[in-house]
Design a protein around this ligand. Structure first.
Ligand SMILES: *Cc1c(COP(=O)(O)O)cnc(C)c1O
Length: 400
């Protein structure tokens, strides 16, 4: 009766918790093991661990700015529908945001619009790869090369997904992964930069050295979060935090009050173990994603998101569009307990907090519409067959 599915999240196993306790007690630092595993798996030469994905993005953007060594290049191109953290990282790095509209079928860039951006002051293009679905990465990479700007492949939501046989996060000059609690694998907090560029890594090295390490207090806070997460992510107890309004679980709010620090050695054992089983975590999410894909039908108000040909998605969540706003809101309200949620409530062109940092402001009507339509269904390991069936039958019954 009190079962409540979280919208996303990757449970920390008891074995992982015990290993973490052991390594922390013996003060074993697993950060080097973690970066080696990342370099091997993603076939990159350099990786950096930070306290958050946002921090990783800020450090990367500042380093790219140094690498470009061209003062007028201060704009970052982003899709108009993406994670608010991306916008806050760009602002924190002292750069401007240039928004480009998206394709409602794939949630990737509207490529025609991307082609027509004035690139004179652009430093780099960012991908989004939302919900574990890769963007058209080779096309964007070629476009960036053609215009002589960098590409950052943000795979915070798409670790272990592939496009044309290459991992998302490894396109362009550098990529980002996140180990935050809502992502594919997690140590509650954490961000990763990966790159193959020696020149860029030299610059990042210099900046990385200057960063603070997490304090004792930071580690205590993260420890408490890990324990809460370990005990409360389970659907039979998740109703408890889900019903505490002050926790604001699942609300997407714009937040720029975070510090950029190194990743704590204390939590590396958890990330290491989660990364070592990322294939099986992904397989279970993909199983649920493909099941929804097969069993949900489209009609005048229900639209599935098209996975690009040549993409192997990781399905962090399963997104669909409900074209009737009232029906969407009712669905989310009624099926919160099944982990159904809206995603980002606004497109970036409608986000007041960032407006003064946006250049070439144009309305992005598609992104605005998608923000009003999109919902996501959970794909994590706690989703049972009867949950999927229930959601699927409910959604299949919705029509205009
Ligand atoms: C979560 C996320 C980030 C930031 O990662 P954090 O670890 O939460 O700071 C960046 N980009 C995208 C697309 C994300 O989803």
């Amino acid at each position: 009766m009190f079962r409540h599915l979280p919208p996303s999240g990757s449970p920390i196993k008891t074995k992982e918790l015990l290993e973490w306790i052991k390594d922390s007690t013996l003060r074993i630092d697993r950060r080097h093991d973690l970066t080696s595993m990342i370099n091997n798996k993603f076939n990159v030469d350099f990786s950096y661990l930070l306290s958050t994905g946002r921090g990783a993005m800020v450090l990367l953007l500042k380093s790219l700015r140094d690498l470009a060594n061209a003062n007028h290049r201060n704009e970052v191109v982003v899709p108009a529908y993406t994670c608010y953290s991306v916008a806050s990282s760009i602002i924190k790095a002292g750069l401007k945001i240039r928004i480009c509209d998206i394709d409602p079928e794939t949630l990737s860039y509207n490529i025609d619009q991307l082609k027509n951006i004035p690139y004179d002051n652009v430093l780099c293009i960012l991908t989004a790869n939302l919900y574990g679905l890769p963007n058209q990465l080779t096309e964007i990479e070629m476009l960036a090369e053609k215009h002589n700007v960098y590409l950052i492949d943000d795979a915070a939501q798409s670790i272990n997904s592939k496009y044309k046989g290459r991992y998302a996060g490894t396109f362009g000059i550098a990529g980002i992964y996140s180990l935050d609690k809502g992502k594919n694998i997690t140590s509650i907090d954490g961000g990763i930069i990966v790159t193959r560029s020696k020149e860029l890594s030299n610059i990042i090295d210099e900046r990385y050295k200057e960063l603070d390490s997490p304090t004792f207090r930071d580690n205590v806070i993260t420890t408490v979060k890990i324990l809460i997460y370990y005990f409360l992510l389970n659907p039979y107890v998740y109703w408890l935090p889900a019903n505490l309004p002050f926790l604001k679980l699942g609300d997407t709010i714009y937040d720029d009050k975070y510090l950029i620090k190194k990743y704590s050695s204390m939590f590396a054992p958890i990330a290491l173990l989660q990364l070592s089983r990322v294939d099986s975590i992904t397989a279970s999410r993909v199983g649920n994603g493909l099941w929804y894909d097969t069993n949900l039908s489209q009609n005048t108000i229900i639209k599935k998101i098209t996975v690009l040909e040549s993409a192997l998605p990781a399905y962090l969540r399963y997104p669909i569009r409900v074209l009737d706003r009232n029906k969407r809101d009712l669905l989310v309200e009624s099926y919160k307990k099944y982990g159904v949620t809206i995603s980002y409530p606004n497109s970036l062109d409608n986000l007041d907090e960032i407006a003064e940092h946006v250049v070439g402001m144009e309305k992005c009507h598609v992104a605005e519409q998608v923000a009003n339509e999109l919902i996501t269904l959970p794909t994590h390991i706690f989703v049972k067959e009867e949950d999927r069936l229930m959601l699927c039958n409910t959604i299949n019954e919705l029509s205009a």
